[in-house]
Design a protein around this ligand. Structure first.
Ligand code: M6R
Length: 588
């Protein structure tokens, strides 16, 4: 969940480069940050609690090698001392780390017995001290490799040594990408951070260790130490894709990019949907899995497949999928849906499904991500880099692909494109100045509310779950998405005078029943926000959404993204970096 950026060069500029790289990665973790550099065979470190924001590293000496980290705390509170990098006793080794060193307690106990002094509460510091011990017996890269092999759990470790001109990085589970430059090489936890420098990359595999100098990159197997072949790949994203441009926040920029995402998916042809649908048809007992927002895409997939193609598919949340394994065999297909392709609960589920010989298909946004590489079949979402913690355009990409696949399953893929085109037009209508102003006005009315409920049926049920997640995740207002039919089974007890309830009322078979739910809430004093193709007297506030048939879920969700964004702005919070969260959830 942490941002990592490393740099080794023949020129002396490293700390500033690393700072700039970390700023591009802060969405991966932002409770504290730290940078280390080597100058005249001495390691200097600067680390601080808080967002990296306007930080400077002018007080760090320039060096040929430097690395840094933005933290999302696991072991040890959010303090300057617990921020990475962590040093050994002699200040000769510095380490940054992503993941959880599961057996660190016993390793730490032994190190303390042998005289090592610990200053932080982190698991990471045990890595620096272990390297310190190993280095007495062997060279620096070997010392890191031996240390890495002692670690249990899923980890990425990057180390530097005061007397060595290389940056060493080993991974098992957590993502690390090497970037190739001219007289300089880079390392990052996310390819988007490399875009200003290079598009030539190598995605480290599990159990690989990279040794980067200014002139070369070597990759070895962490278990055997044997040299491995490096196949350089090219990133297709552009630099501007990962910049805020004229927008105040990444989230707003990404919301506005959604028409482009839908148009690209329509324009990229029917091949991906046809291929995925053939695969689904040839399998028995298939699952769509995802976490958070991606899990709602997976759930929406079950409704889309059933409604459009009369085809049954199961869906499961990544962290729960382990409990469905009994149903998997070699005929099963697991479609893993993920923006980052690095979500640990998804990767773990996929590994377990593979052990059951199930086929794996990925619907994933990041080329070269762990999920991308683990999967037998891959569909790239094509949303471009998504940096705001709250997922927006990736979800719209996931839904667009699933809509096309559902139509392909029914042999009507062309109709799928036409339907998506309706969603594109409807989305453009929502993103007009007038419509955004109307949603902004609603945010102003709701900003002091403690609870917001969202109701829907059918495809609007996953839409309700997603709308509530967006609202709670960034505005910190408690929000709950409900299947409208469940109101009477309990939640209605919570409705009192002025309780806001968003009701999704698209032009489909759910309209009448969902309207009844809205009325039940209204009768108990609820403030009804109708999101619909037509006004109704029960609405206290009406958000018009033009009908896009089965794809209306897309513009419906976009209204909630905007509401969540403007609620957050009204409350003075940062929509890009909500508290306690990080973009990529690489721990269990
Ligand atoms: O990268 P993934 O799509 O696998 O991420 C899954 C969730 O962590 C993610 O969607 C999360 O729920 C978002 N913060 C929601 O906005």
């Amino acid at each position: 969940m942490c941002g990592i950026f490393g740099y080794v060069s023949s020129k002396k500029t490293s700390p500033r480069r690393v700072l700039a790289g970390l700023k591009r990665l802060e969405y991966r973790g932002y409770d504290s940050w730290g940078i280390a550099t080597i100058s005249n065979e001495k390691i200097s470190v600067k680390k601080r609690v808080g967002k990296i924001g306007a930080a400077s590293v002018g007080d760090l000496p320039e060096g040929y090698i430097a690395f840094g980290h933005t933290r999302w705390a696991t072991h040890g509170g959010v303090t300057d001392i617990n921020a990475h990098p962590h040093l050994d006793c002699k200040n000769e080794v510095a380490v940054i780390h992503n993941g959880i060193f599961e057996n660190y307690e016993s390793v730490k106990k032994d190190l303390i017995k042998n005289g090592h002094k610990f200053v932080s509460e982190t698991d990471t510091e045990a890595i620096s001290h272990t390297i310190e011990d190993q280095i007495k017996k062997t060279n620096f890269p070997e010392a890191v490799r031996k240390t890495f092999n002692k670690m249990e759990g899923l980890n990425a470790v990057i180390a530097i040594c005061a007397t060595d001109r290389s940056l060493i990085a080993a991974r098992n589970g957590s993502p690390l990408i090497v970037g190739f430059g001219d007289g300089e090489n880079f390392l990052a936890s996310d390819a988007a951070a490399l875009l200003p420098h290079t598009k030539k990359v190598y995605f480290l595999e599990d159990d690989e260790m990279a040794i980067l100098t200014d002139k070369s990159v070597k990759v070895v197997d962490t278990k055997s130490g044997r040299l491995k072949k490096v196949k350089v790949q090219k990133i297709t994203w552009n630099l501007a894709d990962g910049e805020k441009g004229k927008f105040k926040h990444f989230m707003l920029k990404e919301i506005h990019e959604q028409p482009r995402v839908i148009a690209d998916i329509i324009g990229s042809g029917t091949g991906p949907a046809q291929n995925l649908s053939k695969l689904i048809k040839s399998s028995k007992g298939s699952y769509l899995i995802g976490c958070g927002t991606a899990s709602y895409a997976a759930l929406a997939g079950t409704y889309l497949f059933s409604k459009i193609a009369k085809f049954h598919i199961n869906s499961a949340i990544g962290s729960e999928f382990g409990y469905h394994l009994d149903f998997l065999n070699r005929k099963s297909l697991v479609i893993a849906v993920s923006q980052s392709g690095e979500t640990m609960d998804i990767l773990e589920s996929v590994k377990k499904a593979k052990n059951k010989e199930a086929k794996i298909a990925a619907l994933v946004n990041v080329l070269g991500s762990s999920l991308y590489r683990m999967s037998d079949y891959k569909t790239l979402i094509g949303a471009g880099p998504e940096k705001a913690v709250a997922s927006t355009k990736a979800l719209v990409g996931m839904l667009s692909h699933l809509i096309l696949t559902a139509f392909a399953l029914d042999g009507r893929v062309r109709e799928g494109q036409i339907t998506l085109n309706l969603a594109l037009e409807s989305t453009k209508n929502i993103l007009t100045k007038k419509s955004i102003g109307h949603i902004k006005n609603l945010a102003n009315k709701l900003k002091n509310k403690k609870h917001i409920y969202v109701i829907g049926r059918g495809l609007s049920y996953p839409a309700s779950l997603e709308a509530a997640l967006k609202i709670k995740e960034i505005s910190y207002i408690h929000a709950e998405g409900l299947a409208a039919g469940e109101l009477k089974h309990g939640p209605l007890a919570l409705v009192e005078k002025g309780t806001p309830a968003i009701a999704y009322l698209p032009n489909d078979e759910t309209y009448g029943a969902n309207l009844a739910g809205a009325m039940e809430m209204k009768a108990r004093g609820g403030y009804i926000i109708g999101v619909s193709f037509k006004p109704h007297e029960v609405f206290d506030y009406f958000i018009p959404v033009t009908d896009a048939r089965e794809a209306t879920i897309i513009p419906n969700i976009i209204t909630a993204q905007l509401l969540a964004y403007y609620l957050t702005i009204e409350k003075g919070f940062d929509p890009d970096k909500p508290r306690n969260l990080a973009k990529s959830v690489t721990v269990k």
